[in-house]
Design a protein around this ligand. Structure first.
Ligand code: PGA
Length: 242
C-alpha cells in the first residue's frame, strides 16, 4: 500500500521549499497550468517560498488558474478569518494572476447549492494539475471530516468539534468559529492529476501515522489518497516523530 512517494524533509522550512520547488518546476514547464490550493498554517511557508521563486524568475502567470479547497460559510472576503483573505494575504497579493482565473468557493453565496455545483462543474471543465493539501489531526483533508463519503463532490459540510477547536486559535473566541463550510469533496480532490500532501509538526504525527498505516476507510478521509496514483507526501521530521 505504499504507492505514494514520501519526501522526508528536515525542518518546516525544508518541507515548504520542497513543495515550492515541485510546483515552481511544473509552472516553468507549462504556462497553462491549474493549481489547487490549501489554506491553514501548514502551507504558509510554501506560499512564501513559491512567490519568491516566481518573482525572482519573473514567471508569466497570465495563464495560471487556481482553485481553493474550501471556505467557511458566512465569512466574506473582507473577513480576516476567511480563506479568501488568507489567500490574498499569503499568496495572491504578491503575484500577478488574472483575477478571473482565481477560484475560491463563495461562503456567502445566496444559493450555496448552486455555488457548489457550479464549482464542481468548473473543475471538471478546467481540471487541476497539482492539488496541495494539508491534513487535520483526525485525518481530514479540506473540510472532509471522518465519515465523509469517498464519492463526495463539492458540498456544504458541518465542522466537527475537533476542527472547530483546532481552528479557534485563529479567532477571538471559539464561539466566533463558523460551524459550516463549503468544501471540495473527496472525489473532487481525487480528480487532480498530482497531489502534494504536506504534514508538519508533532501534533500531526498521528495524522501521518493514520495515513501511512495504509488502511483505506471513510473513517480516515486522507486514506482515499491510497487510491490515487500520483501522491507526493512531504513531511518534516517532527511529523515523523524524529
Ligand atoms: P493547519 O490545518 O495547516 O492549520 O494545521 C490543516 C488542516 O486542518 O487541513
Amino acid at each position: 500500500m505504499t504507492n505514494f512517494k514520501e519526501i522526508k524533509a528536515n525542518t518546516y522550512e525544508d518541507m515548504s521549499n520542497e513543495a515550492a520547488t515541485i510546483i515552481f518546476d511544473a509552472l516553468k514547464e507549462s504556462k497553462q497550468f491549474s493549481l489547487g490550493l490549501a489554506t491553514g498554517s501548514t502551507p504558509e511557508g510554501m506560499y512564501d517560498a513559491l512567490a519568491k521563486k516566481i518573482n525572482e524568475a519573473n514567471l508569466d502567470l497570465s495563464e495560471l488558474t487556481t482553485f481553493n479547497l474550501d471556505e467557511y460559510v458566512g465569512l466574506d472576503e473582507s473577513n480576516d478569518q476567511s480563506y479568501h483573505y488568507f489567500m490574498e494575504k499569503h499568496f495572491f497579493s504578491k503575484l500577478d494572476i488574472p483575477q478571473e482565473n482565481v477560484h475560491i468557493l463563495d461562503g456567502v453565496a445566496e444559493d450555496l447549492q448552486k455555488e457548489v455545483e457550479d464549482y464542481e462543474a468548473l473543475i471538471d471543465e478546467v481540471g487541476i494539475d497539482i492539488q496541495v493539501l494539508g491534513i487535520g489531526r483526525n485525518g481530514h483533508i479540506a473540510f472532509n471530516e471522518p465519515g465523509t463519503d469517498f464519492n463526495s463532490l463539492t458540498h456544504k459540510v458541518q465542522l466537527t468539534d475537533e476542527t472547530i477547536e483546532d481552528n479557534s486559535r485563529f479567532f477571538e473566541s471559539i464561539e466566533d468559529v463558523p460551524t459550516e463550510a463549503v468544501s471540495m469533496g473527496l472525489q473532487t480532490i481525487m480528480k487532480a492529476k498530482t497531489i502534494i500532501l504536506l504534514i508538519s509538526g508533532d501534533n500531526k504525527k498521528n495524522a501521518r501515522d493514520l495515513f501511512i498505516s495504509g488502511e483505506i476507510t471513510e473513517d480516515i478521509p486522507v486514506s482515499i489518497l491510497h487510491n490515487h496514483d500520483n501522491v507526493i507526501l512531504i513531511t518534516d521530521s517532527a511529523a515523523r516523530g524524529e
